[in-house]
Design a protein around this ligand. Structure first.
Ligand code: PAF
Length: 283
């Protein structure tokens, strides 16, 4: 695996592969890689001959009071995991490489009807930062396929929409959430949990699953289920930002006939955890 820090080198190497007729898959990450990222890379190796992974903690997607400085950075472990997964190229740019004129005056990408709801309502500007960096990275790599985890469901929807709206000629693939044995969705931010909080954390998935079972057994009063989800999380010691049932295809108000996504974000101690599951209402 080669590690490079310059966009020009990235473009040159990928162009050589493409000229040789090889398909390229791309997995953008913020590092501190865990098995969830491992599953993204494994899927990428099934979809293309060459796999590029980027590790970049993107300042534009962090709010002023968020954890940009504290976000875990583990370059040696990341490199070892990626080597073991047969990654071809690791792109590890510095902030200046991605925002040479400074992020304040750089062009931004906004997906207006999706970025102010759910997490966007609690993290203003977050999804502009995500959509901007992902667009830049996709334009640099120009992969045939790019892969993102379904744990960040809203992020995945926003990236799909940006790619469609901006006519980006690549496939965006969502990969199912990787979970710990007790159901907790894998996340770099799980590191922020104390031993006691870690024991409470699977209650997020349990609350989502309770709502899913109810919907699939015919409960159609989603407002009641949302309130029950909030209360279950509060009882487990969380401060929930939201527990929301949305149309799985649009993130809009759910119809009782289409698939829904049940999504939540909840805070405990230093951690803000997100998770979601899909459900098919009984018809
Ligand atoms: O999901 C992430 O790790 C990040 O939001 C992403 C997609 C790499 C953009 O910085």
């Amino acid at each position: 695996m080669d590690t490079i820090v310059r966009s020009a080198d990235l473009r040159r190497i990928v162009a050589q592969w493409r000229n040789g007729g090889e398909r390229v898959a791309f997995v953008p990450t913020m590092g501190n890689l865990h098995q969830g990222h491992g599953d993204l890379v494994r899927r990428a190796t099934q979809l293309a001959e060459r796999v590029v992974v980027s590790v970049f903690v993107n300042p534009m997607q962090f709010g002023p009071n968020e954890d940009f400085a504290a976000y875990p950075r583990t370059p040696d472990e990341d490199r070892a995991l990626l080597e073991s997964l047969d990654t071809d190229l690791l792109f590890l740019p510095e902030v200046d490489e991605m925002y040479p004129r400074g992020q304040e005056i750089s062009t931004r990408v906004q997906v207006p009807d999706l970025d102010g709801i759910l997490c966007g309502a609690f993290r203003p500007g977050h999804f502009v930062g995500v959509a901007t960096i992902v667009t830049k990275l996709l334009n640099l790599v120009q992969p045939d396929v790019a892969l993102f985890g379904e744990k960040d469901y809203q992020q995945l929807m926003i990236i799909r929409r940006a790619a469609t709206d901006l006519c980006m000629p690549m496939e965006i693939v969502g990969v199912p959430t990787t979970r710990e044995a007790d159901g907790l969705a894998m996340s770099s931010r799980n590191r922020y949990l104390s031993v006691e909080q870690r024991q409470q954390a699977p209650r997020i998935f349990a609350a989502l699953e309770a709502a899913r079972r109810a919907i699939e057994s015919g409960v159609a009063d989603f407002a009641v289920l949302e309130q029950a989800g909030i209360e279950a999380l509060q009882k487990a010691g969380f401060k929930p930002d939201y527990f929301s049932i949305r149309d799985a295809a649009t993130l809009g108000e759910p119809a009782t006939t289409a698939d829904v996504v049940i999504a939540t974000a909840a805070r405990i101690g230093r951690a803000r955890l997100i998770d979601n599951v899909k459900a098919t209402p009984r018809r």
